[in-house]
Design a protein. Structure first.
Length: 85
């Protein structure tokens, strides 16, 4: 399992556009990728659930990547978060 903690820097948090980009990025990998906030974890492929987390700028999330390509997907997702969120 690959796991990292990230503080959201996007001024509007994880709203529709970044959530869509995140889901699209998650589809590139076979591993299960989840975002957790306040004890609630959702799969990044579930766009509505991701937006329902209500992650705002300055809030911290935990991202977990588990599966056969986690060694590649984990660092890639970390780079995606840094570049887009």
């Amino acid at each position: 399992m690959f796991e990292f903690v990230y503080t959201i820097k996007d001024p509007v948090g994880i709203h529709a556009r970044p959530a869509g980009l995140l889901s699209k990025e998650g589809r590139k990998y076979k591993s299960a990728i989840t975002v957790e906030k306040d004890g609630n974890a959702v799969n990044v492929l579930k766009l509505m659930a991701l937006m329902k987390l209500g992650v705002k700028c300055g809030e911290t999330v935990t991202v977990r990547v588990e599966g056969e390509d986690e060694a590649v997907a984990g660092p890639a997702m970390q780079a995606f978060f840094s570049a887009n969120l």
